[in-house]
Design a protein around this ligand. Structure first.
Ligand code: C5P
Length: 233
């Protein structure tokens, strides 16, 4: 799998997102559409961005009973997206059902990536609210291995965890890593960050970059810098 930069389209409406994408001219970055934009604009926004020539990671983090997730994934697969995700906490049966739903009649399907524990969950809230008492890094690795055994393609994780995920899940098991900042950037609300170059060294397969590109004075230049640091050898 070739390394790539995924631009997080964290915008609230179609106009903002299309104005932003227009700044890239002929360049068609791999983009991530999250819940805010999807719920605001619906499947049409996915279709429109796809027709413009972008690869799409549809970040809807499904988590429901296996039958419901299978049917929902079938719908997402027909939208021709390139990557989708779910919560590994839905367990193996749900992940296997998701794969069945995603697989098209010709055998192709979007990549399926698992969320382990959200980075907003810490040891204390996991123990208190979820009654999971193991150390959180072990829980994250356990979820990653469970996702791999269910047949998924990879996990969303911190770039700091990418090396360990590859040790546990193998080199081909993909790591999709947000929390990326340029060395001279403001970190914003991200606490544990890495530069694109460090993420490459540690073995991330995809970096998900939002504000360092979307809020840059020159988004195209910021994107080109990410490509230069992360993709190019
Ligand atoms: O603006 P920034 O680069 O921080 O955006 C990162 C993107 O990755 C956002 O869309 C955010 O929701 C997402 N993300 C994250 N941390 C996670 C999972 C997803 O920052 N653990």
């Amino acid at each position: 799998m070739d390394r790539d930069v995924i631009v997080a389209l964290d915008f609230s409406n179609k106009k903002e997102v299309l104005d932003f994408l227009d700044k890239f001219g002929d360049k068609k970055p791999f983009v991530k559409i999250g819940m805010e934009l999807y719920y605001a604009e619906g499947p049409e926004i996915v279709k429109e961005i796809k027709e413009r020539g972008h690869k799409i990671f549809l970040d809807l983090k499904l988590h429901d009973i296996p039958n419901t997730v299978e049917k929902a994934m079938r719908v997402l697969s027909r939208m021709n997206v390139d990557m989708v995700n779910l919560h590994a906490a839905g367990t193996t049966a749900m992940m296997e059902a998701a794969l069945r739903g995603l697989t098209r009649e010709d055998g192709t399907r979007p990549l399926l990536i698992a969320v382990t524990q959200l980075t907003s969950t810490d040891q204390e809230s996991m123990e208190r609210d979820l009654l999971i008492k193991e150390p959180i890094d072990q829980v994250v690795m356990h979820y990653a291995v469970t996702a791999k055994n269910a047949g998924l393609d990879g996990v969303v994780c911190s770039p700091l965890e990418a090396g360990k995920v590859h040790e546990a899940g193998g080199k081909e098991f993909l790591t999709v890593t947000p929390g990326v900042r340029f060395a001279d950037n403001d970190k914003g609300d991200q606490k544990r960050v890495m530069t694109p170059e460090q993420a490459k060294k540690i073995g991330s397969d995809f970096i998900v970059v939002g504000r360092p590109i979307t809020k840059a004075a020159d988004p195209q230049a910021a994107y080109a810098r990410c490509i230069a640091e992360f993709v190019n050898d």
